[in-house]
Design a protein around this ligand. Structure first.
Ligand SMILES: [Zn+2]
Length: 129
């Protein structure tokens, strides 16, 4: 990750969240290594490996929580991407999505268009560039 990427990442995350993440990092270190902290013989590489795993897990938990909250926007009928007809939600389905950080469990509301005979998931549409 370049310096520019890091600056962009930090600018989209509030100071309050950064503070909470710092506090969480202290708690995770305490849980991982105990009151005495990492043992003397531990290398930075070993600390980095744990940090990477913690970061992956945190991102997966965040993505699952945010997508679960995002679902509330899709309780109402949604327009079919094929014909534009408004369709009722059919079911909530669990799906494992492979993200850049690994698999994440998502629940999505499935809609069914009877005219097009297709199902669609408006909450997981991909923004076009
Ligand atoms: Zn349709």
């Amino acid at each position: 990750m370049s310096k520019t990427d890091q600056n962009e990442l930090h600018s989209t995350i509030s100071q309050q969240i950064q503070q909470k993440l710092s506090e969480l990092a202290e708690l995770v270190s305490l849980e991982q290594y105990g009151e005495q902290g990492p043992p003397k013989e531990l290398t930075f590489r070993e600390i980095e490996n744990v940090g990477y795993q913690v970061g992956q897990l945190a991102a997966q938990k965040f993505e699952a929580a945010a997508t679960r909250q995002h679902q509330q926007h899709f309780d109402d009928p949604q327009a079919c991407p094929g014909c534009g007809e408004f369709c009722q939600p059919q079911a909530t389905v669990q799906r494992q999505l492979l993200t850049r950080l690994g698999p994440v469990e998502l629940s999505e509301i499935r809609f069914r268009c009877n005219s097009c005979r297709r199902s669609f998931f408006p909450s997981t549409r991909v923004a076009s560039a």
